[in-house]
Design a protein around this ligand. Sequence first.
Ligand code: PLP
Length: 443
Amino acid sequence: MTDKNPFSRRQFLAATSGVMGAAKLYGQGAAGEATPAAKLALQGGPKAVQGGLPQLVRWGQPERERMNALIDQTNLFYWKGPQTTLLIDRFRQTCPLEHVMTCSSGTAALHIAVAAAGIEPGDEVITSPISDIGTVIGVIYQQAVPVFADLGRNTYNLDPEDVARRITPKTKAIIAVHLAGNPCDMHALKTLADQHNLVLIEDCAQAWGAKFRDKPIGTVGHIGCFSLQAAKHVTSGEGGVVASNDPRFGPLLQRFGDKGMDRLAKGGLFEVFATNYRMSEPQAGFAAAQLTRVEGIAEKRSRLGNLLNDKIASTPGIEPHQVHPDDRSTYWFLMFRVRPESFKCERAEFVKALVAEGVPASAGYIPVPLYGNPVFQKHGFFAGRWPLKEQGLTTMDYAQVACPEAEAILKTGVRVTIHEGMGEAYVLSLATAVRKVATHYAH
Ligand SMILES: Cc1ncc(COP(=O)(O)O)c(C=O)c1O
């Protein structure tokens, strides 16, 4: 089996228009398997998934070698450090971009990108309301305004048409979040960026190893941002990478991560103002070892996620996680949606039943879209205040923002863990469990 998404173009288009599933026979799995009619584990029946969540071994010899090498170093500073140099080298093998800055987090990578892009106070940056808050922290610290656009019903990524509607003369950038490792529609977003002279920043924090068509994620936009936080596909505990091929932004990445200091320039004078987002050599060494694993992790997650998606795709009431057939999603998680009108139970009970069957499932993702958090609703970013708004540089009112599809996604999504320690048989049993629970609660 290849890691290409097995959904056909027809299925992809059908999912886009929301008709897939309804047209299929009740009680049939994607490959025509009969839907199991066994008693739910929640009611004392047999579990569909045998054994616990497979163990994941995330580090070993390559990481140990890097740590040993560190002990012999006399300096752990990043600039021209051997671990940092190796990390940058390996990063370029995954994501071939010329200018690369290692940094302390994905949040830092995004802040560096926004600063390097020259976003000014009052400028607007369009992005996704379903993401980690780290996507917009840098925007707000640069005194710019996150503008939230709505999402694709089943991709959970920016809907380019809604992005287009939200572009104003103040818009300067788009941050495309490849949620859960699923590539955004980069053709449409790049076209919009080119038409309106916007900087396109890719938030690849959850998308290590993903591909938009055949292009490594992070290479279509102007600047790519990655996270090495503990829960990501690869990690150094905390960490990040920001990179670009663009001669306008690439050369600025280093100084915006290093207190504004251009280490290639002589004189030591500060031309720009920035904070310290440097990554240390021990972090870089660990990350460099982890990057040897990216392709294997990406290939396996892609294959397993596609398999689960395929096997639940035609279950009535279930809308699978939509991945373009020519893209590679690396499934930081898989999230399907349940159609509330198709089931006799609430989502909470559906998830409870899945968990009882042995599925590593949970309801939704973040509790509310980013704009729904109190700090946005109260515009309380700086000691409870937002100077930008007080000075009339923005009329943004997050209490008035609505992204109906994003809100519905969070209310109807069911998230399933996918990881590279799982086998195909285990994933097939997850699909069986989903069909079993869906059949049980079907109207
Ligand atoms: C989509 C997304 N963007 C940004 C970030 C921020 O990364 P970090 O936690 O490394 O600061 C994360 C981390 O969870 C993320 O998932």
